[in-house]
Write a protein that binds this ligand. Structure first.
Ligand SMILES: [Fe+2]
Length: 243
């Protein structure tokens, strides 16, 4: 099976369309959405409508819940909260209901899906340092765990017995090994933060035993224009041109 994994679309329709086109070329058969489909940019309903029609398993992100009345809204910084409130005013009832039905964690065959961390998934911790990575590995009940949230893509193979801290191998593509555990951050479709403006996604080929992190260009100038025209915070437009 070829799985297409993506996260943190953040209402960026142009980036999502580019990723879905790229995944079609990659012959993806099933999709995993790791949350934060909305927040920041100006097309929340269009993005949710596209994700909902995919043969996909999806989990909730903090920005999804913030826009449907969850108190996590008040943990967002000012501009993010403003975008969440704008999004909440624009969401269709259908899309609100869909978000409210999303689980925090999902398990599908050999993979566990969660937005931020398997540790207290409802608190959306970042898995962004060796001890948190180690903690996440210790909570994994499956060989693979896919996450998003930090907008930094990477693949880490668990290293056991290598000292106090794991020594992660970070690469863009792996041929994985039986008996090992892998933690994969699929990056962000619609608001990359790693210095690369292209939309990020992941393809997992379970027959070939391969996981790849991929990037695709998209028309971010259109997304920027829409953000500014909607009156959303300008920083979300500016960030798209630096990544
Ligand atoms: Fe996010």
């Amino acid at each position: 099976m070829r799985y297409g994994l993506f996260s943190d679309v953040h209402s960026n329709l142009e980036a999502l369309q580019a990723v879905l086109t790229a995944m079609t070329k990659e012959r993806v058969e099933k999709f995993f959405c790791l949350g934060d489909t909305i927040g920041y940019a100006a097309n929340p309903n269009e993005c949710l409508d596209l994700v909902r029609q995919l043969p996909a398993v999806a989990v909730a992100g903090n920005h999804d819940l913030a826009a449907v009345g969850h108190p996590i809204l008040y943990e967002l910084y000012d501009d993010a909260r403003e975008a969440a409130e704008w999004t909440a005013c624009h969401l269709t009832e259908e899309n609100k209901n869909w978000i409210q039905g999303l689980p925090l964690v999902a398990q599908e065959e050999d993979a566990t899906l969660v937005h931020g961390s398997l540790f207290e998934p409802e608190k959306f911790h970042y898995t962004d340092n060796p001890s948190k990575i180690e903690q996440n590995f210790s909570l994994m009940q499956t060989p693979f765990c896919f996450i998003g949230h930090s907008h930094f893509p990477w693949i880490i193979e668990e290293t056991v017995g290598a000292g106090l801290k794991p020594a992660p191998t970070i690469v863009n593509q792996i041929i994985y090994r039986q008996g090992k555990k892998y933690l994969v951050n699929v990056g962000s479709v619609g608001q990359p933060r790693d210095g690369d403006v292209r939309a990020s996604f992941c393809v997992w080929d379970s027959d070939r035993g391969r996981i790849e992190l991929k990037r695709v260009e998209y028309d971010y100038k259109t997304t920027q224009r829409k953000i500014l025209e909607a009156g959303l915070p300008a920083r979300f437009a500016e960030k798209l041109e630096t990544g």
